[in-house]
Design a protein around this ligand. Sequence first.
Ligand SMILES: [Zn+2]
Length: 527
Amino acid sequence: MKKVELLDTTLRDGAQSEGISFSVRDKLAVVETLDGIGIQLVEAGNPGSNPKDLEFFQEVRHLRLKHARLAAFGATRRPGVAVADDPQVRSLVAAGMPVLVIFGKSWDFHVTEVLKTTLDENVRMVRDTLTYARARAERVVYDAEHFYDGFRANPEYALATLDAAVEAGADVLCLCDTNGGRFPEEVAAATKVVRERFGSRAAIGVHAHNDSGLAVANALAAVHAGATHVQGTLIGFGERCGNANLSTIMANLQLKAGYSCIPAAKMTGLTAAARRVAEIANIVLADDMPYVGTKAFTHKAGMHMDGVCKCSESFEHVPPESVGNARRFLISEIAGRSAVLTRIQRIAPAVQKTDKVVDEVVARLKALEQQGYQFEGADGSFELLVRKALGTHQPFFTLDHYQIIGERPAKNDLEGAAAIVKVSVEGRTEITAAEGDGPVNALDRSLRKALERFYPALAEVRLTDYKVRVLDGNRATEAKVRVLIESTDGRAVWTTVGVSTDIIEASWFALVDSIEYKLSRDLAKRH
Ligand SMILES: [Zn+2]
């Protein structure tokens, strides 16, 4: 198997996508997910451009990674400045990452019209910066920005910039279709020229954008022309129309084209990793995304269902389980039932397919999904639902009422809102008030304060994430919100869900599930 190295830039190019914003914690979770699936290089960001990245670079060092090496991203030095005096280059090196990705100009028009410097000075900028970086990092990737456009306009100059990068010791020459405008045959032809000229001295890479809907096709064309390094983002989001989708590329190369991108055993984790990154980014994973979307192996036509039952390759290009996805039959209940059974058996191993409880859970799931619930990302709420159907769940408290008192303007961060909660536990009532940096935070504090007297273990619980998604309503007034809350007690992490037309009420449902889940799990462990 020929090896292809993947560099994921979800945290850099991906973060430049409209609507994407990662906290430091989110970024660490993305790195862990990418490492978990066996991606070799993770571009962590640009330490010179963003103070939030600086904090992340300090934190990410403490992660114990099995596969991924971290890369910092930056530009060549500015025109007319000594490389050692350029603050951007210095902070790039100071991030202390083992791999540096440095981008420079390869299109003459960009050099003279955008950078406003001479063609010779740009070549010196590439040579100086890479020489400086090469002495200070284990490995240097040179991103030749606009390479394919530059090669089309002035091939001699585009290649001269690569000459400088190779002479300065670049380990990878990554050719970029920065504007996403080129066709696969152009990419293949230019990549072949570069491989013939530099292939013995550096690895050749490709960085494609999807503005023409061709990012994956262009990346594959480059690989077939000799590229062995592919940059992209795991689920394809990135500037404008996105980056090359690595989940599609790696499945295509590894399952069909005789290349090895990640360890073979990791391929079955692809779908879970894609969904995890979408969840962290708080976006909906396109259900028709190749290989990993929920519709990727869904069959509706009776003839297709009949076909795949007899022989899966009749209507499926690869087996869904090869990428950790699942086949779905839309009008048949059978597939849904067995998927639910598998999940029930994780909680109650003795349950059999014909047991009544399976019907009850399926019916309950259907009714809740109709209301806007989704349990794929809410393991805690799903487990509670199953325990309720099994009759093994007793509510730990009942709510009398809650009330939110907003204070505007907020006096400081911790006093934006207050909540009063009245609950009862086995006939004893408790009423408490607490402040928080918002109504949900106040509600969470107040509820836990009320219950801690009865259940001291709740003191360990804290919310680690809170996500809201507005669900499509037919009319604006009917729009519902789905709230996902992630909680931890320091050992386990669980997610719960609530849906309502009122955001506070949706949050309340998710909070109650979170607490009930924690208490019921502790109880189950004791028995
Ligand atoms: Zn890019």
